[in-house]
Design a protein around this ligand. Structure first.
Ligand code: FAD
Length: 392
């Protein structure tokens, strides 16, 4: 029987009647167990096998009741990237083990993909995993790993066969960040904070039971993660005039002395574009309700980062010298990402990372041109060359 919006509303009200919203952790656990965490997931794994679109019905009821949420800013990589990958490629045991603590925020996840020599060209990565009995032994270096300092687990892509072309010899694992041989060192960013890290993996033993997908098929698994990542970064539901444009519009209203006709025109243009992107995001989420994220997610991520950078730049221009004051350079290792937090100077600097993290704007434009517009693809001379023979 397919559940309807009314069924979901009724189940949500029952959850609210039976559980105290003041006890955040207990409430989140009860919500997961009631299948109201991500309604499109299978029963027993936080869902009800319901249409994905009905999640908004549950979210609206819970928000209206002031119920606690699971703070997606802190557990974004787990929710946005690890969970859909585990759901699609994990076995029953893995799904049961990881999804509940992930969703309730008990276990934070990070993403060990990028390497010093393999970012946009992810398939060029060189972190090796070699089979030894029931384990794999992993050695290599990852970089820009957000939240590695708070993470309990990581999604990890490795090279398991250097003798075949680069897309074929990769294997995907779940890595225990507390395992011997995992070393996390902070990397300070342009904002002064260290949201991300270098991660050194030296002889880290990962049981074969922690593999996601088949040996050598890590690229296929990673594609699921990356498609979901773009939607997770660029496709959030925000209210009209929410996010970065909301901050700029508020400043405009509250500080008439800062206004000039030229800035007025620019603000209006950015407002209209923000509204267009917000509505495109609504359409993307509706498409998602019908299936997996497609290349359109790349367009959303591109639009989100371009707009964030332009709006935060406008905010600085509006504020003049006042905007250049930076609030605090203390080295911090925050446990959540905050694109809109703190002062204008922070927002401006943090927005620089938006066009790099989760795929650079240049690479996303390539994806859009090839996979949405059907334009000829870039020449790929290394497609049929064994990874070990590629120049580095
Ligand atoms: C704030 C932040 C958080 C991050 N968090 C994580 C994380 O948690 N986990 C993780 O694994 N990674 C993370 N990253 C890394 C991020 O995914 C990579 O930095 C990104 O994929 C780019 O790779 P790169 O830095 O190696 O640059 P490169 O790939 O070397 O690119 C350098 C430049 O060349 C351009 N370029 C490269 N190839 C092409 C092409 N084919 N066509 C046109 N232009 C091209 C790029 O767009 C870029 O401008 C994070 C990055 C940032 C900034």
């Amino acid at each position: 029987m397919t559940l309807t919006a009314d069924d979901l509303r009724e189940r949500t009200r029952k959850l609210l009647d039976e559980h105290d919203t003041a006890d955040r952790s207990a409430f989140l656990q009860a919500r997961f167990d009631a299948g109201l965490a991500w309604v499109h997931f299978p029963e027993g794994l936080g869902g009800l096998d319901a249409p994905r679109a009905l999640q908004s019905v549950v979210d609206a009821e819970l928000a209206a009741a002031g119920a606690p949420d699971n703070d997606p800013r802190r557990i974004g990589i787990g929710l946005g990237m690890a969970a859909p990958t585990i759901l699609k490629f994990g076995n029953d045991e893995q799904r049961k083990r990881y999804l509940r603590p992930l969703w309730i925020g008990e276990e934070v996840w990070c993403q060990l993909f990028s390497e010093p020599g393999a970012g946009s060209d992810l398939a060029a990565l060189g972190t090796r995993a070699v089979r030894e009995g029931e384990d794999w032994v992993v050695t290599g270096q990852k970089v820009w790993t957000s939240s590695a300092h708070t993470a309990r687990f990581a999604i990890l892509v490795t090279r398991t066969d250097p003798d075949v072309p680069k897309h074929q010899g990769m294997t995907y694992f779940i890595c225990d960040m507390h395992a011997p041989g995992v070393e996390v060192r902070p990397l300070r960013q342009i904002t002064g904070e260290a949201e991300f890290n270098e991660v050194f993996l030296t002889g880290v033993r990962i049981p074969d039971a922690n593999r996601l997908g088949e040996v050598g098929e890590g690229w296929k698994v990673a594609q699921t993660t990356l498609m979901n990542e773009r939607v997770a970064i660029g496709g959030h539901a925000i209210p009209r005039e929410g996010g970065m444009i909301g901050i700029a519009a508020k400043l405009w209203r509250e500080r008439p002395e800062l206004r000039t006709p030229e800035l007025h025109d620019r603000l209006l243009r950015l407002w209209v574009r923000s509204e267009g992107v917000r509505l495109a995001g609504t359409r993307l989420r509706q498409q998602l309700a019908a299936g997996s994220p497609g290349p359109e997610g790349s367009g959303m991520k591109l639009a989100f980062s371009t707009l964030n950078q332009e709006i935060s730049g406008l905010e600085l221009e509006l504020l003049g010298e006042e905007g250049l004051r930076y609030d605090d350079w203390t080295m911090r290792r925050p446990d959540k990402v905050d694109f809109t937090g703190r002062e204008a100077g922070y927002r401006y600097l943090r927005a620089k990372g938006n066009s790099i993290e989760g795929g650079t704007s240049e690479v996303l434009r390539n994806i859009i041109s090839e996979r949405v517009l059907g334009l000829p693809s870039e020449p790929r001379v290394d497609k049929d060359v064994a990874w070990k023979d590629l120049p580095r």
